[in-house]
Ligand binder design. Sequence first.
Ligand SMILES: Cc1cc2nc3c(=O)[nH]c(=O)nc-3n(C[C@H](O)[C@H](O)[C@H](O)COP(=O)(O)OP(=O)(O)OC[C@H]3O[C@@H](n4cnc5c(N)ncnc54)[C@H](O)[C@@H]3O)c2cc1C
Length: 348
Amino acid sequence: MILWRAMAENLTTEGFAPLRIKQVVRETCDAVSLVLDVPEDCSHRFRYKAGQFLTLLVSVEGRDLRRCYSMSSAPLEDELRITVKRDPGGVVSNWLNDTATAGSELQAAPPEGKFVLDEGVSATAPLIAFAGGSGITPIMSLVRTVLADSERPVKLFYANRGRSSVIFSDALEQLADAYPDRLTVRHHFDEDAGVVSPETIDSFAGDSAAGHFFICGPTPFMDTVENALLSAGVTKDRLHLERFTVAEIPVDAAETQDTEEVVIELDRKKTVAAYRKGDTLLQVARSAGLRAPYSCETGSCGTCMARIVEGSARMVNNDALDDDEVAEGWVVSCQALPTSPRVHMIYE
Ligand SMILES: Cc1cc2nc3c(=O)[nH]c(=O)nc-3n(C[C@H](O)[C@H](O)[C@H](O)COP(=O)(O)OP(=O)(O)OC[C@H]3O[C@@H](n4cnc5c(N)ncnc54)[C@H](O)[C@@H]3O)c2cc1C
């Protein structure tokens, strides 16, 4: 049934669809936007909310690699555009910047992610966004959407090393001209003022007590902004964070020494796999030859969610699941280390 549906919809069994690159826009010397055409028969699966991302599956030098990229377009633009910034030494971001051409195809899994506008947010609460470098991509989508769909004031703080790194410079100027009473954009350049300090964040956020805060950028930038806002009294429910990377936390294999086997249910088949110390539950599934779903492998996206129905596990990082889901036994399997002799998990 799943296979039949996938074939009818031009999807692979893992849910990837071929998207044609319609246009390549060079944003800066180290960032490129790709406008993607979605095949008609799976267009409903590629509808997205502002702030979400999709997963690309690319083959670079014989290796299949998956990477997440947020939409920089807004749903109201009726376009699907991602923006990719070069990561120094990074494989996929540089490959896309160097080789993406109009007319070629990319395999992509449909949009997902929780860095989205709260349904419950009052129609008047200001949106206060903090973007660092490539973190502007989902923020741009959120800012455009809020400006077009509501009367909410928007404040954007956008940090870059220098002026040449600013993505969407013209688009932001146009938005500021179009919404002079509702949009404030503050650029911060490390080359002038050094890295962003808590005092700078405080003075920008000001008395936006009722606002909702969206933060995306490099980890040290996000940490500074988050801590400054928390210290200023902003409550956690009004903070929304999207992490592109997480710090590698070394895993002590001894922690998992009691585990002997893992039972994995996937596509209604049950597999019993022997456990190798230090492996995450996703690695166990893969080593057993199973095509378990996954994407970012940082605990951010939730694609590899599985439910533990027997035994227990600890997540090294979890930016995808809320407390209720964790209490119900859900884990992001890419970050889950078993902590009981036997674990039974189900990919639902
Ligand atoms: C939800 C989400 C949304 C995202 N949205 C965007 C977006 O909109 N735009 C965007 O540009 N990015 C985005 N990203 C980040 C993106 O997915 C990639 O992580 C990024 O492009 C880097 O991938 P890469 O293949 O180029 O780098 P990788 O090859 O994965 O390398 C990453 C870094 O690690 C270093 N590295 C790699 N291997 C080693 C090693 N063995 N030892 C030491 N260092 C090593 C590299 O030098 C590099 O600095 C997003 C990520 C997530 C999780």
